[in-house]
Design a protein around this ligand. Sequence first.
Ligand code: NAP
Length: 320
Amino acid sequence: MRAVTVAGKDMLPVLENKDLPVAGLDEVVLQLYASAMNHRDVWITKGLYPGIRYGCTMGSDGCGTYLGQEYIINPGLGWGDSEQAQSSSFRVLGVPDEGTFADNIAIDRKYLHPKPDHLSVHQAAALPLAGVTAYRALLSRARATAGEKVLITGIGGGVALMAMQFALAQGCAVFVTSSDPDKIHKAKSMGASEGYNYKDPDWPKKLAADAGGVDVVIDGACGAGFSSLVKVCNPGGRIAFYGATAGPVDSLNPQAVFWKQLSILGSTMGSESDFALMVDFVAKHRVTPVIDEVIPLDNFESGFRRMAAGSQFGKIVFSH
Ligand SMILES: NC(=O)c1ccc[n+]([C@@H]2O[C@H](COP(=O)([O-])OP(=O)(O)OC[C@H]3O[C@@H](n4cnc5c(N)ncnc54)[C@H](OP(=O)(O)O)[C@@H]3O)[C@@H](O)[C@H]2O)c1
């Protein structure tokens, strides 16, 4: 079977021919129709991820078939029993475990969930990792409720876009940031109230003038811009962050955090319960993941280049 595997540090992955996987105890072999990229795939090719194994099949997201039923895969393996945090054996599917950028995968059947009926196999493949990360950050951690104002940073990101769709479905008013006016325009056409360029130093003032502040922030960037997120929060606000694309937070005004009674919440992926709740939420609200591009698996290199350049709006999907 075809498999896209890790080649080395600062190298694009390679397409290999591997033996069909054999199902272990409690596992089934799923034939994959589609898979989708996440930023971690790019971090892995740069050597910037723990547990990298050369020759390992990449990919965390997938949709496929087993005995005539279509499934998506929960890529959060070994979460454990606590809803508070994952266990020490937690890992994300696709390096070091064999991933979804292949024609087949052997996977424990407990990680399979029936594909929501309203989604195509490509849309369904785009859902799992970004969906569970956005769901936990927005709904399990920040507990956004209907009527609240939610700011989502870097709306071009896969998780960010999913968080926006979930926040709108929850009945929140959504504000976004992006480096790209075209992405802001697209977000507004999907229901965002307003958008701001995070490279404009005056964006927090503009948001304050438009919205008067926000109740929830969902951030995947951190970096120097994090202090602005504290500034735009209303008293009692919650900032949930799941990534640090822009690097460490170098300054934070502690007085603003304690005086406004803010909660700063780290969030990673989600529990098995978060995943099941996310799939139910998507089915109930008929949320459809935004696809930037569907690329044949054989042309995977163009997907890696596009994500590294950050030009995508929505998920990059591989069709198998
Ligand atoms: N903890 C977890 O469970 C988890 C799960 C998924 C992802 N992550 C991490 O979260 C981050 C995003 O992942 P993804 O897969 O959604 O990535 P992605 O689709 O590649 O999105 C990256 C986006 O980040 C935005 N960005 C870059 N610099 C920014 C800045 N200074 N301020 C605000 N936004 C900025 C850009 O948005 P614009 O194009 O709009 O400017 C870009 O499109 C990555 O670091 C990833 O490793 C963590």
